[in-house]
Design a protein around this ligand. Sequence first.
Ligand SMILES: Cc1cc2nc3c(=O)[nH]c(=O)nc-3n(C[C@H](O)[C@H](O)[C@H](O)COP(=O)(O)OP(=O)(O)OC[C@H]3O[C@@H](n4cnc5c(N)ncnc54)[C@H](O)[C@@H]3O)c2cc1C
Length: 416
Amino acid sequence: MQQTADVAVLGAGMVGVSAALHLQARGRDVALVDRHGAAGLETSFGNAGLIERASIFPYLFPRDPRDLLYYALNLSPQAHYHLSALPGVASWLLRYFRESGPERAKSHALAALPLVERCLEEHDALIEVAGAGELVRRIGWIKLYRSESRLAKGLADAERLREFKLRIEVLDADALAALEPDLARVAGAVHFLDTCSVADPSAVAQSYAALFQQRGGRFLAGDVRGLQQTRDGRWSVPTHDGQVIARDLVVALGPWSDQIFRPLGYDLPFAVKRGYHMHYAVAEGAKLSHPVLDADNGYVLAPMTRGVRLTTGAEFARRDAKPTPVQIDWDEKLARTLFPIRERLDPKPWMGCRPCFPDMLPVIGKAPRHQGLWFDFGHQHHGFTLGPVSGRLLAEMMTGAEPFTDPAPYAVDRFR
Ligand SMILES: Cc1cc2nc3c(=O)[nH]c(=O)nc-3n(C[C@H](O)[C@H](O)[C@H](O)COP(=O)(O)OP(=O)(O)OC[C@H]3O[C@@H](n4cnc5c(N)ncnc54)[C@H](O)[C@@H]3O)c2cc1C
């Protein structure tokens, strides 16, 4: 059976669901399509659940020679790489290195700022109507530093954020112990109070998708790789319920977006940083209240509905290569010295892929060479945070409304 829609949104992660809601709110008849027929089951499932209002500066390619040596030798828990992936990813890494230089990194941070500043407001507008409030904690998150030298660097980084008017508290060992009594004593920590977190990111994405459906949106299952543009310029998207014919198409397939943009002839510098998670039981009587980053080692412990979730740093590997969760094993040992986690609760580590461009900015906007083709992906470490605000910007552009910010920094053709 064939059906029509104004817009087909491909991908029902946090980014696609949010775009669908914003387009619907502006009067568009939207069909949301995902191969799972359910929302938030991929990258938006397994992240650390942070709505990272305080993350002004992007995750940069390290420049410290000692760090670089550790990464090169695969000796750091923060990052891991597959030797076999290097030929494919080397030029991307070089570009990432260049974009991480002090001047460019600052300019990218300022370019992302309008999105970051509005991220929580846009989530809040959805959380309330979607009835997801119970999943949200408004107590910030903590970056802790085990050594004095790392703490000094962490405090300097936090100081750079003061100009952005964020609520930041420096915690000495006693103050941290008062907030999180079951953590081991460390040199100190920084508490970012503006950040929110959720106890189940997938459930939040699903509540947004349910809202979209309650408001009359169609949510269809299907693998969209066979999509085609018809002679009259519309898009024909395959689903299990037949073709959806839509005037506009939004690609929001997160780390799989290249499966659509490459065959359409767009050569974008797109790569993934893989990451893992594992849930743990907690020793009787112990409690972790805040998400905590062990900044010396690059993993997060976050209290979640299913237990304490440990999420790892980045792994550079082909997206579809076999999972190699060595960072989970490594981080788990370190985490056990920090907080009394007990046995693993998942049968195997979960793996997800952060969709990334070298400037750590997403692509949000019109694809220049095709009628009715729009992109909304590449939200790197912060797609859960930035989904709703990106959806607003995209919907404003697609419906001819005044965009709340200049979309030029996120343009598809910024890569030359
Ligand atoms: C370990 C880890 C921790 C993270 N922590 C955080 C955090 O705390 N805060 C934060 O903001 N971000 C975090 N991130 C990043 C964040 O999870 C991602 O940026 C975000 O989930 C990307 O959302 P998305 O909607 O673009 O992609 P996804 O959530 O991956 O959604 C893409 C969708 O496309 C669908 N799809 C793919 N191919 C097809 C196809 N051929 N046909 C139909 N459907 C298809 C998939 O089924 C999926 O539902 C983390 C990531 C990782 C890996």
